[in-house]
Write a new protein. Sequence first.
Length: 297
Amino acid sequence: MNRLSDMQLLVDAADLGSLSAAGRRAGLSPAAASACVQRIEAAVGARLFERTTRQLRLTDEGRTYLGYCRIAIDAMKEGERAVRSGTDTVSGTLRISAPSDFGRNLLVDILDGFMAVHPEVRIVLSLADSISRFVPDDVDVAIRVGPLEDSALVARHLIDSRRVVCASPACIAAHGMPSQPADLVELPTLVLTTNAGPRDEWRLGETTVRVSRYHECTDSEVIRKWAIRGHGFAYRQQWAVADDVREGRLVLVHAPEWSAPSPIHAMYHATTYQPPRVRRFIDFLQVEMAVRMPRVA
């Protein structure tokens, strides 16, 4: 077998969770498939799979190597398609990770445009509120909102957003408009809870307050609906509530004075070769976000 065929066997084994099944797909006996993996492990000097009678599991080294295997296979397929078609058509699978709010309010519309321009690219989108700063090996681009932790990943700054305080007209009528940030400590508030705990510390301009009377939820959409229904003041990304503000369901509270910058980055693994679909998507994303990002009034 050639090197690319060996790589494809590894990818199939990981995706199928079975070396025997990957061997059958390649027309190999279980013994031949096992020998292929052993040959690759000897060449790279590391064990790639933990194998038992009932489970096949990638090691840390295996996950790292598999990421490069996918890049090499995709690059070869893209090159073959480009030569056959006589164009530089971008294709392959693009795996994206992003916070749920960002995905629902901005990314889904941006992806509509990207898919129209690049119909041969298959999108795999993963959205979550309690999202890790870590970018898994099987993600091509991870969009992260807020300050970044130190990382070996490449981070490209896309744009700066802002977090704002908002509430429904009914909530403000019932509890009054706070006149200073400290007033929020005793007012009813709504807090999103993530893996790191409740986000109960709100930066409002030069002041930071820790709210204490709050309902909390792990789902940002529930926080938004609670705010609209008048259950409390919320601290949200402005793009997450822009439509509600525009249509009068929510009101911004002392914006832009009571707001805080929140950078948005695209993160990806540091590799010598980046597939064209990754580069084109990040470029497209940055341009679209500059157009779509609402401004704090």
